[in-house]
Design a protein around this ligand. Structure first.
Ligand code: COI
Length: 354
């Protein structure tokens, strides 16, 4: 544990807020005024700090650059019509970053450091939470190895940080077609697929570029034998075949998405038929062929719910129908109602920023 958990705060002198055009934001390009930092060294977490958002100096031999010991989280703060700001299931993000850290041989972040740092930072940068459904302050907690030296072993020094970026939608043109992977994988059995290891995302970029060249925005990731569907791009993925909503179990290869888990709960409570089970490529392509594949959508914090408009597999392509009252629309609306505090949160998922 740390010796002093009081956050040392240095405020910005001139906010950058007035210089930003909040109506035209590319995802993650603009940062709020402050950032949270907490270093780990000598076997313990040091005093946390909040400082103006700024570049930092790092030694070229810092281990994160060489061995990729790094993990992150994605979460959002939402503003309601009373200008109150809310977090959504933040303890789930804390648990998951600790799980990712454990798997990458990094120290777990004490809950009070994560939760206090998060709430204080969001409170300080409240004005950066853009109002309006779909808009939010995207929060990026992350941890990485800072120890100098290129020997391939876990570091003994780390930095945990939180930065924030005001966002609108993640996939702006919302025409997301996916290519079912018959070669590349994002995860391995016994690997780190279930974590938010930075390297999982780096490894996905090249296959995604290849898919882009073929006219697909994202890869529909499959298991090691390419028989079962796992995730879509950086999202969990749901299929509606007939009236059943299907998603794959969050196992050691698949991220246990917080949006995924919330949607499953909302779907069950809306009496939609849901099944969490392995979904084969054959089942999906057969349903696409015979017209029973009615919807496919990705879910994630950044994306919320993104309808997938087409699927490609080994040279064949199927477009998905455009449904009037889709499960995706229904579930997204129920989720946003809770996140933006327009309905009572009977699940106790939201946390108000003081
Ligand atoms: C999120 O949805 O928050 C993620 O972590 C995905 C990220 C690559 C934008």
């Amino acid at each position: 544990m740390t010796t002093d958990t009081t956050i040392k705060i240095t405020k910005i002198t001139n906010s950058n807020f007035e210089n930003i055009n909040l109506d035209d934001l590319a995802f993650g390009t603009v940062y709020s005024d402050h950032m949270f930092i907490c270093d780990y060294k000598d076997g313990k977490w040091q005093q946390p700090q909040i400082t103006p958002y700024q570049p930092m100096l790092m030694a070229p031999s810092s281990r994160v650059f060489h061995y990729g010991q790094a993990a992150f989280e994605g979460m959002k703060a939402y503003k309601d019509t009373n200008n109150d700001v809310w977090l959504f299931r933040p303890e789930e993000n804390w648990k998951r970053i600790c799980f990712s850290s454990m798997r990458l041989a990094m120290p777990e972040i004490p809950k009070e450091i994560f939760m206090e740092g998060l709430q204080t930072l969001v409170e300080m940068d409240k004005k950066w939470v853009i109002p309006g459904k779909g808009n939010a302050l995207y929060i990026r907690p992350f941890i990485f190895a800072t120890q100098e030296g290129v020997s391939a072993a876990p570091a003994n020094q780390y930095r945990f940080m939180i930065i924030c970026t005001p966002v609108q939608g993640y996939y702006k043109n919302a025409d997301v077609k996916v290519k079912i992977s018959d070669h590349y994988s994002r995860a391995a059995n016994g690997g780190v697929g279930a974590t938010k290891a930075a390297g999982n995302y780096a490894a996905s970029f090249y296959p995604t570029q290849k898919a882009n060249e073929e006219g697909y925005q994202q890869v529909l990731w499959t298991n090691s034998t390419h028989e079962y569907i796992e995730e879509a791009g950086t999202m969990n993925v749901f299929f509606r075949i007939g009236d059943t909503l299907l998603t794959a179990p969050a196992d050691e290869r698949i991220l246990a998405g917080i949006t995924r888990k919330s949607l499953l709960q909302l779907a069950e409570d809306a009496n939609l038929k849901t099944e969490v089970r392995k979904i084969s490529v054959a089942e999906v392509t057969e349903a696409a062929k015979n017209g029973t594949l009615l919807e496919v959508f990705g879910s994630g914090t950044a994306a919320v719910i993104i309808p997938i408009t087409g699927i490609g597999y080994k040279g064949s392509h199927w477009d998905l129908p455009k449904l009037e009252n889709s499960y995706a629309t229904q579930l997204k609306s129920s989720l946003l109602d809770i996140q933006y505090n327009t309905v009572e949160d009977k699940y106790n998922w939201t946390l108000k920023i003081k």
